[in-house]
Design a protein around this ligand. Structure first.
Ligand SMILES: [Zn+2]
Length: 114
């Protein structure tokens, strides 16, 4: 279950964000995760709940926003959204592509009480 390592990797910045905003209790956080990370939201919530125990994040709501995978076709010089896990240009079928988005793990917002 790599969801645990994702939350663990994020937790340091979560704690710092809470500290910077002088929050004594966090109610809600929103994170954005690229679809290439292939996370299961339920596992992510479970991992968060476990890791958040006995911290200011205990009981906080976790909102997960997915970031779609975007590719750039070098042949067409155009951007496309990937559908059905097909990593080729939908227009010319070229596999000479760059992956632009989809690997992100971003802490978007954090809300709580001061
Ligand atoms: Zn193309």
């Amino acid at each position: 279950m790599h969801e645990f390592s994702i939350i663990e990797g994020l937790f340091e910045s979560l704690l710092n964000a809470a500290k910077e905003n002088r929050l004594i209790k966090v109610n809600k956080i929103t994170i954005q995760i690229g679809e290439l990370r292939q996370v299961v939201p339920e596992f992510l919530e479970f991992a968060f709940k476990k890791i958040a125990e006995n911290t200011v994040f205990s009981g906080a709501e976790l909102i997960i926003e997915k970031i779609t995978v975007q590719i750039y076709c070098k042949t067409c010089d155009k951007k496309f959204i990937v559908k059905d896990n097909i990593y080729a240009c939908p227009k010319c079928n070229s596999v000479a592509i760059d992956i632009l988005t989809g690997k992100e793990i971003i802490l978007k917002t954090i809300e709580g009480e001061k």
